[in-house]
Design a protein around this ligand. Structure first.
Ligand SMILES: [Mg+2]
Length: 166
């Protein structure tokens, strides 16, 4: 049961993700959460480092998209500069939004997708339900919106179990 919340990998940040390894694992598409995965929830745009990362991901031939539970205005503004596909109000950990994004991206085998996010109860659970690859990252900011803040305590407990079993 608890395994549903365990990511395949747990890394310091999105910049620590080994893109070569993803290529070797036959990953076709890379899907990111925004809030506290790429930027804090109160930062509207991608910074230069994120833009560079996304360019690199595209150059390597991955399809890339954003899956966020946040509102359209926030998500579309963030994705505009990056020029990438997105699904807003995704309803993670539900898999409908993820399924829609995978379709939008034109992934041949949905299993060759990785979801990258900062929360076990939304991003990781969503990916595991869909049967795709999952990478958990540490939140970029200590500041969370209230709903997320409520979950962080139990989340750190789940992560400690994961680290023990790894
Ligand atoms: Mg998040």
């Amino acid at each position: 049961m608890i395994r549903k919340f365990f990511p395949e990998k747990y890394v310091e940040s999105v910049y620590a993700i080994d893109l070569e390894k993803l290529k070797n694992d036959k990953i076709e598409a890379v899907i990111f959460d925004i809030d506290n995965t790429l930027v804090p929830y109160f930062v509207p745009n991608a910074n230069a480092r994120i833009k560079k990362l996304f360019l690199k991901i595209k150059e390597k031939g991955f399809k890339v998209g954003i899956l966020s539970n946040n509102k359209e205005r926030r998500v579309s503004l963030f994705c505009r500069d990056l020029n990438i596909e997105y699904v807003h109000k995704a309803g993670k950990p539900g898999v409908k939004g993820l399924g829609r994004l995978i379709k939008k991206l034109g992934v041949k085998n949905h299993k060759n997708t990785v979801i990258i996010g900062d929360q076990v109860f939304t991003d990781v659970l969503c990916g595991n339900r869909m049967g795709i690859h999952t990478i958990l990252v540490k939140p970029v900011s200590k500041k969370d919106d209230f709903g997320t803040w409520l979950k962080r305590g139990i989340e750190s407990f789940v992560i400690s179990l994961y680290l023990k079993k790894r």
